[in-house]
Design a protein around this ligand. Sequence first.
Ligand code: HAM
Length: 423
Amino acid sequence: MKLNSPRGTTDIYGEDIDYRNYIINTARRIFEVFNYKEIITPVFEYTGVFSRSIGEGTDIVQKEMYTFQDKKGRSLTLRPEGTASVVRAVVENKSYFKNLPLKLFYIGNMFRYERPQKGRMREFWQIGIESIGADSTLMDTEVIWILNSLFEKLGFKKLVLKINSIGCDKCRKKFLLEFRKYIKPRLSKLCKDCQDRFEKNALRIFDCKKTSCKNIIEEAPSVISYLCPDCKENFEEILDCLKTLDINYRIDNKLVRGFDYYTGTIFEIISDDLKSEQNALGGGGRYNNLIKQLGGPDMAATGFAIGVDRIIMLMKQLNLGIKKQKSKRRIYIIKMDRGCRDYSLNILRYLRDMGIICDINFNSRSLKKEIKWAGDNDYDFVVIIGEDEVRTGSITIKDIEKFKQYKINWKKEKKKIKQIIGA
Ligand code: HAM
């Protein structure tokens, strides 16, 4: 039987690892400047952590969770996103009592049983932040600012930041009354899923990707028209702050995002260059009820997550280079025969202790073949060790590019080695 990786998963290696590290390092630098601290939570949680926060009526909980029973019959789920886990961890560890607001970031793999397609995986990677304990428009601004800085630093120019407010519970209740009135006469034209959503959780109709449902939504009333004065003022303040920071945005009054935990201002960053339906590179928003729902105090929060796999895909498509640091010089040691083994091991240790990147030949090939192999594999120098070198306590260093060769007493001429290889 041929064993492939499971559908919707992928191995990450080679160039993609460079992109991935570049994205992660860029994010880490920004998080440091904004004073966010890392949190690592388990890859699986009790199912209730997700079903209670993301919402029973959402696509994720209804169709996309990898849920299984452990040997004691407990229901566990591979995390489909990071927010619920972080909130569970904060509530459990009571760290919210100290030093609010808590500003946390995470980097992790997430799992959703979706139909795989370009940019949509069953296992994918997110980088996210959660900012807990500040019900301030400045905090919404900061979170969006970080998202924007991240994409700017990665070199993106043409992304669109969509923003909307779905208001507080009171405004949403008023809106839903009107929305249901609008939908009711059109109910038979909606897909089966949306007919169910109409009964259980009408806001989720906005998440439907089917054209027939999307057309009906297009003409529907918007939640933004039903915001109470406080929510309206709050949203306008955030927009003002974004203007002050020269962060461009586009109000999208149909944006609701597919999680029940959201309240107030939500946002998404999309790219028209991603031709697939999966054009969201990141998204987030405020979730002021979730901490209480998961057993914590009544505490406000907001955050976002970005999809690392989609960003890599788009960076490659747009030829956005990763800024390569000047690579360190690399040495390949060629021991000519078994008799040179111990001498070569000592040289290898000596050079590695000096912080020089080096390898030794594990296979036996002719000297000519070894030198060619080293050149083809991005080594800058070879160090040749044969009988003569062992006898005289020396090494022969060959500069592959310059065709220059040096014979050196390695114990006495440490400085010279450094000079030659430019370390
Ligand atoms: P989300 O919009 O579901 O939000 O996911 C954030 C990003 O993860 C998406 O914009 C996308 O780039 C990436 N993503 C999602 N699903 C997939 C997939 N199947 N394959 C590849 N990439 C994917 C959240 O997860 C919220 N927890 C964000 C948040 C944090 N809200 C508040 N705090």
